[in-house]
Design a binder for this molecule. Structure first.
Ligand SMILES: CC(C)(COP(=O)(O)OP(=O)(O)OC[C@H]1O[C@@H](n2cnc3c(N)ncnc32)[C@H](O)[C@@H]1OP(=O)(O)O)[C@@H](O)C(=O)NCCC(=O)NCCS
Length: 157
């Protein structure tokens, strides 16, 4: 039987094809060599007092592990980890630029850093409850946590 072509179906096919083309253009790296502040604009969406690209670069360079998603010379997504190097790691930040979301980049960043840290006992992070399904799809478990914040230091030091 011939499949019926619908407008919604064609839109979905076009969306998948454009997502595939975009994914082909994205490369991933764990090295911070050659990364400059100019490559790091647009992150910390919604933060009232975000770190500057210069401070962002320091945060990434100071991290135990980093995975960057690159579209040519632009960083379009990143995840970082801090760790004792023996037992536990914490993933403080994961973000994909808004125009690059919904294409699998965030999932790939979490998969790659999880693989890099797979020799450790525990990986932990804090997230809003609406993002928990994203991590559950990647095999993470819900947990409870506590936090303290010094909001007059939100842009970093
Ligand atoms: C969360 C985030 C990193 C996901 O990046 P992404 O590249 O869009 O993720 P993916 O394309 O791999 O998404 C995979 C799936 O998770 C879903 N998903 C993505 N973000 C989600 C969210 N905030 N809540 C629930 N589901 C989400 C997507 O809908 C997608 O599902 P689908 O394939 O059925 O459409 C991105 O939305 C982001 O940068 N958000 C702002 C910063 C943030 O919340 N970071 C997490 C801090 S802990």
């Amino acid at each position: 039987m011939k499949a019926e072509r619908t407008y919604a179906g064609e839109v979905e096919v076009a969306r998948r094809e454009s997502a595939y083309i975009l994914l082909e253009m994205i490369s991933y790296t764990e090295t911070m060599d050659n990364i400059t502040p100019e490559m790091l604009g647009g992150f910390f969406e919604g933060w009232p007092n975000p770190p500057s690209p210069e401070t962002h670069l320091k945060i990434l360079r100071g991290s135990y592990s980093v995975v960057l998603a690159l579209d040519e010379g632009r960083v379009v997504g990143f995840v970082n980890a801090i760790s004792d190097g023996h037992l536990m790691a914490f993933l403080p930040l994961l973000e994909v630029l808004p125009e690059y979301r919904g294409q699998g980049i965030g999932s790939e960043l979490v998969r790659q850093i999880s693989q890099t840290l797979s020799g450790l006992y525990a990986l932990d992070l804090i997230c809003d409850s609406d993002v928990q399904p994203f991590y559950e799809r990647l095999g993470w478990l819900r947990t409870n946590g506590m936090s303290a914040r010094n909001y007059n230091r939100q842009s970093g030091t």
